[in-house]
Design a protein around this ligand. Structure first.
Ligand code: SF4
Length: 566
């Protein structure tokens, strides 16, 4: 007999990010409103009653694992809560000034015109971690159950492959897999509808997409890695409310990349660099790219005399509309970044994530009304998305990221054409629009594999302006109990020691922004060492490994970074 407790719920959300928090809150409010309308005879249909809603979150609190730039378009939060500012939404600063810099190694120019998608005046610079923490409080006030430190380890299916809930991870297992005195088995949370809002490269989403073929007929999801620091800089050095986006140095022209600098309150600056994880050069190190970015004189001047106070790294699901999986199956919906809702051209996904969650909530109310939680009922989520402003925003830019797979210049021309023709310009598009990043990485033996000179060991880490990964991880406040099984499953370490060493010089050592992977020499042969306790849960390794033999699974609840205020 199973020792696991079974907890029946109506709706279970996996992940306490902006999509799911908005979804849960909207669901609670709209379900109550629906019932009042039915009671008053203002709406036909059945009442849905009081729904039991749970949100499970692997971090130690809501917001612990949330990382973004971030400039928030308030379009969705205003729909969710028209008086969100009066309700206490912790926006940091209103954007007052936009700039776009094209950088070279030794300098750069201010673009005279800001590309329209990057105009942000009037929008809000936020700590997304803080916004999510606040949304979590609003959810709890509304009677929604939030379970932090409860990672969803697997989906539960019935005999017909319908999703009927999630199993949370066991606690108290030692590194050999034995039960410790504090052992607690995970719980089965059973639900009529499960919503996956796990963020970029969700581990359950990945399993579900493979099991049910949700990517059939779609282009491959493509990802980027954002590496970010918060700095305190001398007063007056960088204006609060100023937003800078950059192109150029240090990325080479065939690698997708760009930087940001946002001026926040109290002389805090959010600075980061995004590298497309569909790069060809196996020697690229996205963390090193970010460190090099800071050495550009225009960028370094922003940080001069300041100090770094926080660090984090997270992947971004960058492909957009053409790379969206099927968003529904029996008993399950996919929302937010896990389902490619980000607008890569605007570098914005908070508003689209929240809106996708709200549309999922409306679909769920209808499903409860008709007591039908099958695909047949939940497919209306896609129709709602197609009828919403998400379609109007994402469809015209559906080729934006794919065009960069042909290099920066053709992509910029294409972006301009796309902008003018609302996405109809195809002239410069590669035949297959989005190719999975791990398929694009070149073997060292291939002509032109190394193009950038972005070797990790070429970057001087002076610990004032530039930092090595181990120092940075300290500022990510990362913690995992070391006496637990590694959550990074490398399925065949023999490949690491042989083929991967020879063909790619083990790129995991470079693409991981937290120094988790090291190749050690032992008895004349290479061996992989996995420092899993450094992991910041960015998911890069699961995405970028050229052999796809790294499987990221949830560690014990509460482990990972602490991005409070990031
Ligand atoms: Fe990211 Fe993987 Fe490194 Fe963890 S181990 S920080 S998920 S690349």
């Amino acid at each position: 007999m199973s020792e696991r407790e079974q907890v029946p719920m109506d709706v279970v959300f996996v992940g306490a990010g902006p999509a799911n928090l908005a979804a849960a809150l909207h669901l609670k409010k709209q379900a109550a409103e629906h019932d009042v309308m039915v009671d008053k005879g203002l709406k036909f249909g059945k009442k849905v009653g009081e729904l039991e809603i749970a949100i499970v979150e692997k971090g130690s609190f809501v917001g612990a694992h949330i990382l973004s730039g971030a400039v928030m378009d308030p379009k969705a939060i205003r729909e969710l809560m028209p008086d969100f500012i009066a309700e206490g939404c912790p926006v940091d600063t209103v954007v007052t000034e936009d700039a776009f810099w094209y950088l070279t190694e030794k300098g750069g120019i201010n673009a005279p015109l800001i590309p329209p998608p990057l105009k942000n005046k009037g929008k809000y610079i936020v700590s997304l971690s803080k916004v999510c923490e606040w949304l979590g409080e609003k959810c709890e006030e509304a009677g929604i159950n939030i379970f932090p430190e409860f990672p969803a380890a697997e989906l539960i299916y019935d005999e017909n492959d319908a999703v009927i809930g999630v199993r949370t991870g066991d606690k108290g297992i030692d590194k050999e897999g034995h039960k410790k005195p504090n052992y607690e088995p995970g719980v089965d949370l059973l639900a009529k509808v499960t919503i996956l809002g796990e963020g970029s490269r969700g581990s359950l989403t990945k399993q579900l997409m493979a099991r049910l073929g949700l990517m059939e007929g779609k282009e491959s999801q493509v990802f980027s890695l954002g590496v970010k620091e918060l700095w305190e800089v001398p007063a007056g050095q960088f204006p609060e409310g100023k937003v800078v986006h950059t192109l150029g140095f240090p990325s080479d022209t065939r690698t997708y990349g760009g930087g940001w600098i946002y001026g926040m309150k109290n002389n805090v600056v959010s600075i980061g660099y995004v590298t497309g994880l569909d790069y060809e050069d196996p020697m690229i190190d996205p963390h090193a790219e970010f460190q090099k970015f800071k050495t550009n004189p225009k960028v370094a001047a922003v940080l001069e005399g300041g100090k770094m106070i926080k660090y984090g790294a997270k992947t971004i699901n960058a492909g957009g509309w053409n790379t969206m999986p099927r968003l529904y199956a029996d008993g399950v919906l996919l929302v937010g970044d896990t389902a490619s809702f980000l607008n890569g051209q605007r570098i914005k996904g908070i508003h689209t994530a929240m809106k996708s969650g709200m549309l999922a909530a409306e679909t769920i109310i209808s499903a409860f009304e008709h007591e039908d939680f099958s695909s047949n009922s939940l497919k209306h989520f896609e129709e709602r998305v197609n009828m919403s402003w998400i379609y109007d925003e994402l469809h015209p830019v559906r080729n934006f990221h794919g065009a960069f797979q042909k290099g920066r210049w053709s992509a910029l021309i294409n972006t301009g054409l796309q902008f003018m023709t609302k996405g109809l310009a195809w002239g410069f598009m590669p035949k297959e629009h989005h190719v999975a990043g791990h398929e694009r990485m070149k073997k060292l033996s291939e002509p032109g594999a190394i193009a950038t000179g972005s070797r990790y060991d070429n970057v001087p880490f002076d610990k004032e302006l530039t930092f090595d990964k181990v120092t940075n991880v300290f500022y990510g406040a990362v913690a995992h109990d070391e006496d637990q099984p590694s959550h990074l499953h490398v399925l065949d370490t023999e490949i690491c020691a042989t083929r991967c060493a020879e063909e790619y010089d083990n790129p995991c050592q470079r693409f991981c922004p937290a120094a988790v992977y090291e190749m050690e020499e032992r008895d004349g042969r290479k061996e992989l060492k996995v420092n899993f306790s450094n992991c910041v849960h960015c998911k890069t390794c699961d995405i970028a490994d050229p052999y796809q033999i790294i499987n990221w699974v949830t560690p014990e609840g509460g482990g990972g970074p602490n991005y409070k205020g990031m």
